[in-house]
Design a protein around this ligand. Sequence first.
Ligand code: NAD
Length: 300
Amino acid sequence: MSATVIDGKAFAAKVRGQVGEHVTRLKAEHDLTPGLAVVLVGEDPASQVYVRSKGKMTVEVGMKSVEHKLDVDTSEADLLAVIDGLNNDPTIHGILVQLPLPEHLNEDLVINAIDPAKDVDGFHISNVGLLGTGQKSMVPCTPLGCLMMLRDHHGSLSGMDAVVIGRSNIVGKPMAQLLLGDSCTVTIAHSRTKDLADVVRRADIVVAAVGRPEMVPGDWIKAGATVIDVGINRLDAPERGAGKTRLVGDVDYESCAAVAGAITPVPGGVGPMTIACLLANTLTACCRANGLAEPEGLTA
Ligand code: NAD
């Protein structure tokens, strides 16, 4: 069997198109422009690239984009003051603090200072609790993107066996909650899981969020299963020339694609969906803040 490739790049473009159409309607019918503020502390090169690309795509879908670039030695009090200003700014509907923060800043404290209704990353403790109890929340962007791709591919996920490898607060745990919400039978595997290969072999859906290059081989995958590869790992690629690198996921693509029913590639799978879902969450937050119906198909 050769797996269907789930094209996250094309799907993300479609989601951004839908978000853009909603934004056009919000402007025309309600004189409303959703606004997203991104706060970056320090000059981490990878974070700068993410923030630039978030800002560009925010503007492309017709939203207002605000960037706060703060010095690496910004104090906690100053950062909290910036967040407080954004919490109280009615033109801002989504606030994202780019992680990781410099070590002298308490990430939990900072994230929990964001108004939960504007917490488009879904990391605020209130949103974590709401998701865990099956209530309306802001859902973390990467797992939301995975869920959208799974729903699009399968329709209903009800009764499917899902194994999530990884238990991080950003990906693994919220992913498991979302799959449970769609009535999957969910197992969360992690670094201490015994017989991981056997656990993964049971799965109709495998979500790999580990951060270990190509660690899931094809012989762990049940024939016909759907494999969602969240991992982004950069490897040296001297065959491409001196100093060159290439991106790989947490699954061994070739061997898994040979047995899976469907698979997301890296790059071009989960990655592009993450920013698309950030825009979708900002739109959702704007609709909720103004008592308007939420955009269909763009929430969990
Ligand atoms: P993390 O380091 O916080 O968590 C990794 C998890 O993997 C841990 O829960 C750990 O228990 C588990 N793990 C580690 N070694 C294991 C092993 N040998 N067997 C089974 N489980 C093991 O990482 P994270 O933030 O959840 O990210 C995971 C990966 O996803 C990374 O590659 C990251 O770059 C990527 N990621 C991608 C996106 C995206 O937009 N595509 C977003 C977030 C993270």
